[in-house]
Write a protein that binds this ligand. Sequence first.
Ligand code: MG
Length: 166
Amino acid sequence: MDTFRVGIGFDIHRFVEGPRLVLGGIEIPHAKGLTGHSDADVVLHAVTDALLGAAGLPDIGELFPDTDAAYRGADSRELLRKAMTLIKESGFRPCNVDLIVHAETPKMSPYKKSMAESVARLIDLSPDRVGIKAKTNEGFGDIGAADAIACTAVALLVQTGSGPGS
Ligand code: MG
């Protein structure tokens, strides 16, 4: 049996005035926030989907449907914790995560370290196993116009030897 499984995740949310901007489980001071059924944490959504995909589990939209009132305004850290429980039960643990935040504004560099620490804490990794890159979209499209933020994430899981995945 194979030992490692890789997964990919992507998400995008639209900027609006009003909500807080929450990325990777931390609040980032900004004039606008992202809109969505939950807290619209695009980084945690991409990471959660990458981890779920690697474990062969249903995606975040299936597990936590936006038609379910229970997830209105949900804290995405809680969704990720629930996903991690399922991943562990499936016989996997994260090995590392690498992600790209696609954002024209705000500048991500001051927040990358605390974002990595936050994501790492949520998935039981040391922060050096959470890679965070920030890219502008060079002014192109909705992201370039600062109308949205997107995130692409890759996750590697290793089998723990217990559970149906092993
Ligand atoms: Mg989302």
